[in-house]
Design a protein. Structure first.
Length: 290
């Protein structure tokens, strides 16, 4: 029995790793990786100013690292924009920060982009600005493999969504983002899940909240609930990640024919050569199982 449990855990871990590697690059929102829970937040609500301190992200340092990953001409463009930002008067810095955020986003460098969006939101504190900052911090969180940056990115996302909720407590986007950060380690997981469930209750077709609840069901071993959740998501909007998670849930329950069908549909929608090879190998293995 223990061996069977470990096998299922290995299948699930492999699926999460695969999705991180191949599907987050498609701007898929709402998928998260499990993190260790912190214990400093009361179960009754989201993180606030009392959140535990995490390593601060140094904008200059992450920008330098990012510039080293792009070609010289693009790096030079960034330097020009940075000089304009640094020399701008206070009333002009927001405009320059927006340009830098956009440029970094175009180059798929989400960490510096998110930091500039945070600057924009702090100077122009609108619902949309805080949501954009929070979403970009979460995108950076999902994509980074830097263990030092991870907690800081999650906390910044949490604070951005908290500010968004303060502006509009009825915003489903703000509550969904906040719920995701709480479940990922910025509070008591059940408080975050309750927040997401409330969003889905009010907006049953909210894809982001539904996807998050589906992945959380997977990680807690509630595969039957996950299947129902992903089937509902696919009925609304088929996507490679929803089909892949559906296949993984079926596989964990030993429903191999259903898993194969879901994997094949994920492969077709993703149209990714490396993912296709992985799925082909997985499907062949499932077909050969006795």
């Amino acid at each position: 029995m223990i061996k069977n449990i470990r096998t299922k855990q290995a299948i699930l871990i492999g699926a999460v790793v695969l999705l991180v590697a191949f599907l987050f690059t498609r701007d898929i929102k709402g998928l998260v990786k499990p993190k260790e829970q912190t214990s400093s937040t009361p179960a009754g609500g989201p993180m606030t100013a009392q959140a535990p301190a995490t390593a601060e992200i140094n904008l200059k340092e992450v920008s330098t690292v990012a510039k080293n990953t792009i070609n010289a001409s693009l790096a030079a463009e960034i330097v020009t924009l940075e000089n304009a930002y640094n020399s701008a008067s206070e009333d002009k810095k927001t405009t320059e920060a927006k340009l830098l955020a956009k440029k970094w986003d175009d180059l798929e460098q989400t960490v510096p982009s998110a930091l500039y969006l945070e600057i924009v939101a702090s100077k122009e504190p609108t619902l949309n600005n805080w949501l954009t900052a929070g979403d970009t911090f979460m995108k950076a969180f999902d994509n980074t493999r830097d263990s030092v940056l991870l907690p800081a990115l999650l906390q910044k996302a949490n604070l951005a969504y908290t500010n968004a909720v303060k502006i509009d407590s009825n915003s489903n986007d703000a509550k969904t983002g906040l719920g995701i950060t709480i479940v990922n380690g910025m509070g008591a997981p059940m408080a975050g899940i309750a927040m997401l469930m409330d969003v889905v209750k009010k907006d049953p077709k909210n894809l982001k909240a539904n996807m998050s609840l589906g992945t959380f069901a997977m990680k807690s071993g509630q595969f039957d609930k996950a299947i129902t959740r992903f089937q509902n998501i696919i009925a609304m909007k088929p996507s490679p990640d929803a089909y892949f998670y559906l296949g993984t849930a079926y596989e964990n329950l030993g429903k191999n024919p259903e898993a194969i069908e879901a994997y094949e549909k994920s492969k077709k929608l993703a149209a990714n050569a490396t993912l296709s090879k992985f799925i082909d190998d997985k499907v062949n293995a499932l077909k050969n199982k006795k």
